[in-house]
Design a binder for this molecule. Structure first.
Ligand SMILES: *[C@@H]1O[C@H](CO)[C@@H](O)[C@H](O)[C@H]1NC(C)=O
Ligand SMILES: *[C@@H]1O[C@H](CO)[C@@H](O)[C@H](O)[C@H]1NC(C)=O
Length: 138
């Protein structure tokens, strides 16, 4: 009977998995839209609802899952976000499955610049918090 051995090796692989995944850092990866991914949603407030159900901290990563050519991600300011315009694009992602690291606190605005996707609700606004305060900065 090798129960003991099996048990130990399971324990070890659980520990390794833990080390390489969540236990070491508190940063989270958010898959935008969860199962829907980054696509024209079935109703206009979809990404608003999705965002309301999550908390975003500095250091977290947004993962936009989409196929290149069909969608893009543009990082814009509030004015562009509100009007679906691209006057002040800070960053454009178009290669598919884009990761965006949230490296400062504040509001972030994104939308898809393809066709009328933005007007159809493929847009995301989130508020990013500082998270754990940095150790003593006086
Ligand atoms: C909100 O998040 C929880 C936990 O991840 C999940 O179980 C729930 O289905 C989510 N609700 C909505 C409306 O997405
Ligand atoms: C994006 O990620 C999804 C889920 O992991 C995968 O099925 C898809 O092939 C990826 N697409 C690209 C363009 O990398």
């Amino acid at each position: 009977m090798d129960y003991e051995k099996v048990h130990v090796s399971l324990l070890i692989s659980a520990m390794i998995g833990c080390l390489t995944l969540t236990c070491v850092s508190s940063e989270a990866t958010h898959i935008v839209g969860d199962r829907v991914g980054w696509a024209c949603p079935s109703y206009n407030g979809f990404y608003e609802t999705w965002a309301r159900n999550a908390t975003f901290n500095v250091g977290d990563v947004l993962l936009f899952q989409y196929n290149p050519g069909l969608n893009t991600v543009v990082h814009v300011n509030k004015d562009d976000y509100d009007h679906c315009t691209t006057r002040n694009v800070m960053e454009t992602y178009f290669r598919g499955n884009s990761s965006v690291t949230l490296n400062h606190p504040g509001d972030y605005f994104f939308f898809c610049s393809v066709g009328k996707h933005c007007e159809a609700g493929q847009k995301l606004q989130i508020a990013v918090s500082q998270g754990n305060p940095p150790s003593q900065t006086i």
